[in-house]
Design a binder for this molecule. Structure first.
Ligand code: P6P
Length: 304
């Protein structure tokens, strides 16, 4: 018997509002997927037949998520990689949850027809600055690939759902674990090996040990590969041009770190747990080493 996302959330005794919020995000992701299939893949500034300014897909995706989350009546405030400021929900529409998201991570890969994704973190809060990833009550990512899949945790383990032909997300993999010895590696920011000798040694180790490279340039599909294989390591280090790395703590690293820890993996900035890092700014960046626990600890020794 097929288990829908809503039924899985009910069976996990997830409270009414959080359950509806997660289902709302999943439903909205279907609109984004549709826009990706049919929408303008160009840059903002083009116009459609009505002469309306056409939105780049990531701007359009952000707009769709903001509208749907505001009208869900479950949110207090929103923050997105596509917005400079927090979006405060009007009092009459206020709920309990702050939602932070990257509406379309890796959107630059769309015109190469590579897989991309959406990432969400959910906090029971009416503000965002001062939070830590550990305080997330749930996080999820949607992978727009040959199949559209959604992976979520509400601190009840990690579970994957696949979008079926009639538009329902159906349970496809329950209690995902990342506990096997890593054989795959996803070394982001290889340009840093030119100046960061410790990172160069780490990458060299993986190559000498004949790890299999799996890196697409999209964090969501690259992390999804680790969940699906049950092993692997994804890294994106800092370097002189980006002393805090490239990836965002709030919108990318913290939601994905919660998923990885719930699956038994590890996620750090090379020293500190990602989920322990205080959010001091919306666009705060962090280096990230994430995946099979032993592999991440091994990587930490190289870059210490
Ligand atoms: P680079 C996509 O732009 C992104 O934010 C992540 O999805 C991805 O892991 C990373 O940047 C890729 O960065 O430097 O390899 O292009």
């Amino acid at each position: 018997m097929h288990i829908s996302l809503d039924k899985h959330l009910r069976d996990s005794k997830i409270n009414h509002d959080l359950r509806h919020l997660i289902v709302k995000i999943a439903t909205t992701a279907k609109y984004i997927h549709n826009a990706m299939q049919t929408g303008d893949l160009g840059l903002a500034g083009t116009s459609n037949m009505y002469g309306e300014a056409q939105l780049a897909l990531d701007v359009l995706s952000n707009q769709i998520f903001v509208n749907e989350l505001e009208d869900s009546y479950y949110t207090t405030c929103l923050a997105s990689e596509e917005m400079e400021e927090e979006f405060k929900i009007p009092p009459e529409k206020q709920g309990k949850y702050a939602v932070v998201f990257d509406p379309l991570d890796g959107s630059s890969l769309v015109n190469a027809n590579l897989a991309i994704g959406s990432i969400f973190g959910i906090y029971e809060s009416d503000k965002i600055i001062g939070l830590k990833g550990d305080l997330q009550v749930a996080s999820l990512m949607v992978v727009y690939g040959p199949r559209v899949t959604l992976i979520y945790t509400a601190k009840n383990g990690v579970h994957e759902f696949v979008l079926n032909a009639v538009g329902d997300f159906i349970l496809s993999k329950e209690n995902i674990k990342v506990e096997k010895v890593a054989k795959h590696f996803a070394p982001g920011n290889l340009r840093a090996t030119a100046t960061e000798g410790k990172y160069a040694k780490l990458v060299d180790y993986w190559m000498k040990e004949k790890y299999t490279l799996r890196y697409s340039g999209g964090m969501v599909p690259d992390i999804n590969h680790i969940f699906m294989k049950g092993e692997g390591i994804f890294t994106y280090p800092s370097y002189k041009n980006a002393p805090h790395g490239k990836l965002r703590l709030l919108y990318e690293c913290a939601p994905i770190a919660l998923l990885m820890e719930q699956a038994g993996g590890r996620a750090t900035d090379g020293k500190k747990r990602i989920l322990d890092i205080m959010v001091e700014a919306l666009d705060q960046r962090t280096p990230i080493y994430i995946g099979s626990e032993d592999e991440v600890r091994n990587a930490e020794k190289f870059i210490a």
